[in-house]
Design a protein around this ligand. Structure first.
Ligand SMILES: [Zn+2]
Ligand SMILES: [Zn+2]
Length: 393
């Protein structure tokens, strides 16, 4: 099995790619420069390249030929390429040169690690039998690039037995791979409610129907779902992220409507469906109570990311084979991941790559001080190659 030490010489190149991507971050579906560089590097190693899936997606295909056998199994390894609309504050020499664009989730590192693995696999085709599809995915952050890739025929054009994902995790010790059993990440849905009453003079509430009071009751009622309706050992989060009503210049006007928007998270599909049902019911109930109208809407964005047991076991074995520390008991996280779109279609699993304590005390995901530590690149690349050798032996 390849180990991180086998990537000691590749570290300089991977660091160069990673810092180049970091310097030139691109938002979802706009990863033109990143995708072009990925495609050019893959071609340079003799890897078959398909561009343009979901716009900026790139798939590199490597055929193994162990002892002359081509093998008939195929797997996919996925890296996301997109950045966030944030202004970097790291002050690093390779800090973002684009205004309000930043690699604050480490997808620059994911892309560089998979490139490191690609170069190694292309040079060691004799060590596996079967096909590896390297999936460089656009738009993981909020825009659902995985779904677009799948809908544009990713798995029809590149049939695979399993797909694997890897994401950096600050706080998890450097050199550790954590493979959760079952749920890894939560569903991430958006809900909206408009309460419409009758606007009136702030001094004469009895002449109107106050939508703000209904909104207040609704917000309090929402929290009863997680507190009283979902198993305390289960997970449900409902948060209000936006409220809009009236005008700051008109404190003496009771507004005729209130608009609320928020997020709902769950680790299991039945809990997710319960949230969907109950948010609407509570909106209608408080509307009745306050004699206003409620128009709730629930937008299903991402399902929970849930590891398949067999593929999670493969990831644990691959990490063990590379002499990385392994944890198979990592608790789920209530953030969302569009890797769930892949796992809803084919078997697979998702693991965390430990990147240690962040260099900056605030340097966690989606913070302006975040930076992917290059020391983790050989761990990720070795892990990917070990996974290929294990799956396609
Ligand atoms: Zn992110
Ligand atoms: Zn991310």
């Amino acid at each position: 099995m390849p180990s991180p030490a086998d990537f000691a010489t590749a570290l300089a190149a991977m660091t160069d790619w990673r810092q180049d991507f970091h310097r030139h971050p691109e938002l979802g579906f706009e990863e033109h420069r990143t995708a072009a560089r990925v495609a050019a590097l893959l071609r340079g190693w003799g890897i078959q390249v398909t561009e343009g899936l979901a716009g900026t997606g790139v798939v590199g295909t490597i055929q193994g030929r162990m002892q002359g056998r081509l093998g008939n199994r195929a797997i996919a390894l996925r890296a996301d390429m997109d950045a966030l609309a944030m202004t970097e504050a790291t002050g690093l020499p390779y800090a973002s040169q684009a205004p309000c664009r930043m690699h604050a989730c480490g997808h620059d590192g994911h892309t560089a690690m998979l490139l490191g693995a690609a170069e190694w696999l292309a040079a060691h085709r004799d060590r596996f039998a079967g096909t590896v599809h390297l999936v460089f995915q656009p738009a993981e952050e909020s825009l659902g690039g995985a779904r677009v890739m799948a809908e544009e025929g990713l798995f029809e054009r590149f049939p695979v037995d399993a797909i694997y994902g890897l994401h950096n995790l600050p706080g998890l010790p450097l050199g550790t791979i954590a493979v959760p059993k079952g749920p890894v990440l939560a569903s991430s849905d958006t809900w909206e409610v408009t309460f419409t009453g009758i606007g009136t003079h702030g001094a004469k509430p009895h002449l109107g129907r106050d939508a703000t009071l209904a909104a207040a009751a609704f917000i309090l009622g929402l929290q009863a779902i997680a507190a009283r309706e979902v198993d305390p050992l289960g997970t449900a989060v409902v948060s209000v992220g936006h409220m809009a009503a009236g005008d700051a210049a008109s404190p003496n006007v009771i507004p005729h409507s209130v608009f609320l928007r928020g997020t709902a998270r769950a680790l299991e599909e039945p809990v997710r469906t319960h949230l969907e049902t109950r948010i609407a019911e509570i909106a209608q109930a408080v509307a009745l109570q306050h004699r206003v109208q409620a128009a709730p809407r629930y937008i299903r964005r991402l399902g929970p990311t849930v590891n398949h047991a067999a593929q999670a076991a493969v990831m644990v074995a691959a990490a063990t084979g590379t002499a990385l520390a392994v944890r198979d008991d990592h608790p789920p996280i209530t953030a969302g991941e569009d890797f769930s779109e892949f796992l809803a279609r084919i078997p697979g699993a998702y693991a965390w790559l430990g990147t240690g304590e962040p260099a900056h005390p605030e340097g966690f995901h989606h913070n302006v001080h975040f930076d992917f530590p290059d020391a983790a690149l050989p761990h990720g690349a070795a892990f990917w190659c070990s996974l290929v050798e294990r799956e396609l032996a």
